[in-house]
Design a protein around this ligand. Sequence first.
Ligand code: SF4
Length: 484
Amino acid sequence: MKLVFVNIMQELQRFDSMSYLTQPPIPFAILNAVTPKAIETALVDEQTDEVRWEGDAFGFSVSTQNSKAVYDYADALRAGGKKVILGGIHVTVCPEEAMCHADAIVTGEAETIWSEVCEDLLAGRLRGRYEGSPTPPSRMTPVDYRFFGNRRYLTPASLFATRGCNRRCSFCVSSRYMGPYRTKPLEVLEQEVDQLTRLYPQAFLQFTDDNLLASRKYAAELLALLRRKRRRFATMVTVDQFCDRALMEEMAASGCLGVAVGVESVDDNNCAAVSKYQNLQQPFVDAVHRANQLGIQTVALIMVGLPHDTPQALERTLEYLKQVPCSYYDMRVLRIYPSTPLYREMLATGDVTENWWLKTESSGTCNQLLPSSLSMHFRHGRFDSMQLQHLSLRFIAELSGTGLGTVSQILRVGYRGRALRFAGLLLAGRQRSARQARMLLRQVEQAMVASGQTAASPWCSPVVENAAARLAASAVPESAGSKP
Ligand code: SF4
């Protein structure tokens, strides 16, 4: 029996500036470690490998973004007599849907029940549904990174120390899927850090945790460990953590190179509307300046399409953000994930359709041109999908500039943090993002012109305005000639 773990990253392949952000799919290494020896295992990772379907059974981790692609693969494999097992966040929140495409599904965290699934697979008696439970810290064991072989990931030393999140932002599905906030025993984490040092001595540690610093006591112990191990690292932080001077100083002293900050919106009304209370009334700009002084690069995670966004407000936000010296802006359109409070609210008002992730996108919009992080699957009273996509691409294009001032600022931060290579990665990322956003902008603008919605749009770029003017000019003689 050969079981193949398959990592599908459909979304990334459609956006060049994100496709290089590759990292090992750690959950499969965790499952591999608890797979009985009687089963041969392999990994197919769409980020790095040519996908080949050579095996008897296939295990997929399903997210809302890749659900349709995974279901298509799963249906084809099952039609060919292969067994398919599905798990992951999307399966946990939409189990009935996933069961239509699988021989078995696993909800929740799979590692506690995986050996039972494997025994049933070997015995040919898979039952439809298995329910995993949150892994207690006492059962967490070190990830064996040798599972990923010599695949070349951008951040091969990715790891996580905690599971879950103690916050409840209303758009967030991962905090609900992951169960209670838990921390990995430090002796287990230390073994992982040592292993990663042996395998990738030059790579920085990339923590993939939703909320690494939620427990300050654990965070202090973790940072002390990283200081002792002299390993550089990057992680995500919440806005209130980022604005905590003492915490950021401790991070810098412990080897932090950069943080991704969950800003989402600079409008407190938007943050309150999605229960992101930790962002309210925080001195974010001061904190960016302080991080720059400390040698920590700031990546701001921004979301557009939030309830209080309007074209005018986002124009003001864009001008405002241009003055904030972040090293990188990661821009996304709000995504309405199933099972979240926001999804339920918007279903009730008819602003989102049930199971939107399964629907083929309408050819009447330009959604199909864009990566799913910039697609719009809901109704917003102030924007249609093309307008919001156009604006988000402008955000990316205009906030990813690599003018002399920006380059020297990012290099200065890198110099202070003794991390010039990391600064180079960010600069390369900015270049890629700006180049691709400009290319996509042209396509979206052509679609806007073709649908005749450009002339009155206050957010039109000069390209759109010129195209609209040309269209209008070419229409004059025709209508003039038809008059009696
Ligand atoms: S802080 Fe981040 S991970 Fe936690 S609930 Fe909010 S969005 Fe989700």
